[in-house]
Ligand binder design. Structure first.
Ligand code: AMP
Length: 471
């Protein structure tokens, strides 16, 4: 039997194809019938252009329903989809194109849809095995070369089905989709849940709090990065009534601050469901739909996922195995071999622990670990303490080169306070080697589009804080 992911979606489209799939804030909706026909026409065009199974199709284009059609058409003809962040520069794009050697690079999905307009819609879905390549996602690559995570039809289908079940999606759900679709979160997690239910998506080109608030009364589920929730809370129009019809708010891609969770609950009466995932495996753990959602924890491994702490320590690098875990990095067999254990677990690079109930807690990336005077300092532990101090809105803790300690702990803080009270507040609660040696105040932390604090940028900016940077 064919394991083509598109065949799975098509089998779940509503029997009445006139039902809406994409519902934009203005203008007409696009039905499932139109999605299917548009996908079929683009698939025919790809065929006509000579695209063969296994070929790569790279896309750096604005978010649009046509881009989704191009994605599905790529699956339909058995090729692999390679979405690229719209923020990438020409030099970065050149690297990806040289590395992945796509047969096609699309900058404008609407143009492709127009070009396909005159063609007959292709009905055939190219048979694929579960292990065949469906997509390549380049990791953000904050250190070294960006790596292309190879995800198969089977990886994506397994994760989509598990999430659909875990989050209780039904045909009655209306998903508010405001995420970018060049990343695992918007392209796979959000889109796939909706396609499997055959329900509509309120389709926003990008996150805009006013548009989100206006759309909420018609939605039932929203997926977002933590920044979305912070921005909603900053808007007085985001009220308990505005969120009243929603059954589920989901957060991921970056840690959700406990203060955001608490403020959100106080404002709306709803507890945000936090989950954890990555390009290499889609979603790995989630808080429960029914049962306690614990702030600060990313919940339990999804069914079928085996998760352990490497090295047998209580806190350490998380290792995972399961049906959604990728098979390796594109054309990097050595790198792939380094990041899997001998017994087949993927070494995530995220540091964390599993508590007695089986809940997973993430304390940061292994590469963010600070070694100060020979002692390990986990930034998250320090950030949690700092965030509790009076006047601190949020913080990011990094290591900066130091002549005595090797690295010294530096706190970058958003809020109204002063260095002395922050250092003394930290010292009351933490071993001296974990307390910041210096505090820098900023108006906001640098974040990428997925809401992740860019610690590499902070490390660069503050590299010369204690010692001159060698030239
Ligand atoms: P990406 O491959 O761009 O999706 O980034 C994956 C990384 O984001 C993971 O390895 C984690 O470091 C981080 N991440 C994702 N979700 C969470 C979460 N809920 N809490 C903490 N970190 C997260």
């Amino acid at each position: 039997m064919s394991e083509n992911l598109y065949a799975l979606f098509a089998s779940r489209f509503p029997a009445d194809r006139s039902e809406p799939c994409f519902v934009p804030p203005e203008g007409p909706a696009i039905s499932y019938g139109e999605l299917e026909a548009g996908t079929g026409r683009i698939a025919a065009l790809l065929r006509a252009k000579g695209v063969k199974p296994g070929d790569r199709i790279a896309v750096q284009a604005p978010k649009s329903p046509q881009m989704v059609m191009l994605y599905l058409a790529t699956l339909q003809v058995g090729a692999a989809f390679l979405p690229l962040n719209t923020a990438y520069t020409a030099a970065e794009i050149e690297y990806f194109l040289n590395d992945a050697e796509p047969v096609l690079f699309v900058r404008d999905a609407a143009e492709i849809a127009d070009e396909a307009q005159a063609l007959e819609s292709l009905a055939e879905i190219t048979p694929r095995a579960a292990s065949d390549l469906a997509a390549i996602l380049y990791t953000s690559g904050t250190t070294g070369r960006s790596k292309g995570a190879m995800l198969s039809h089977g990886n994506l289908a397994a994760n989509a089905l598990a999430l659909h079940e875990a989050w209780g999606f039904t045909h009655e759900d209306v998903l508010l989709h405001a995420l970018p679709i060049f990343h695992v979160h918007g392209l796979f997690v959000a889109l796939h849940c909706s396609l499997l239910s055959g329900g509509p998506m309120l389709w926003l080109d990008k996150f805009d709090e006013a548009k989100v608030i206006a759309a909420l009364p018609r939605a039932t589920v929203m997926m977002g990065v933590p920044t979305f929730y912070v921005r909603l809370l900053a808007d007085p129009a985001f009220t308990r009534e505005a969120a009243g019809g929603m059954r589920l708010f989901i957060s991921g891609s970056a840690p959700l601050l406990e203060s955001t969770f608490a403020e959100f609950e106080a404002r709306t009466g709803q507890r945000i469901l936090e989950r954890y995932g990555m390009s290499e495996a889609a979603i790995i753990t989630t808080n429960p739909l029914h049962g306690a959602r614990v702030p600060g924890s990313v919940g339990f491994p999804l069914p079928g996922v085996s998760l352990r702490v490497g090295g047998g320590a209580e806190v350490g690098v998380l290792e995972i195995k399961g049906p959604s875990v990728f098979s390796g990095y594109w054309r990097m067999p050595e790198k792939t071999a380094e990041e899997f254990t001998a017994d087949g677990y993927f070494i995530t690079g995220d540091v964390g622990r599993v508590d007695a109930d089986g809940r997973v807690w993430i304390s940061g990336r292994a590469k963010d670990l600070i070694i100060s005077g020979g002692f390990n300092v986990y930034p998250k532990e320090v950030e949690l303490i700092l965030d509790e101090l009076a006047g601190v809105v949020e913080s990011a803790v990094i290591g900066a080169p130091h002549p005595d300690f090797g690295e010294a702990v530096v706190a970058i803080v958003v809020g109204r306070s002063d260095e002395a009270s922050i250092i003394s507040g930290a010292r009351e609660r933490l071993a001296a080697f974990k307390a910041p040696k210096k505090v820098v105040f900023v108006t906001e932390l640098p974040r990428n589009t997925m809401g992740k604090v860019q610690k590499n940028r902070l490390r660069e900016t503050y590299a010369g804080l204690f010692a001159p940077v060698p030239s």
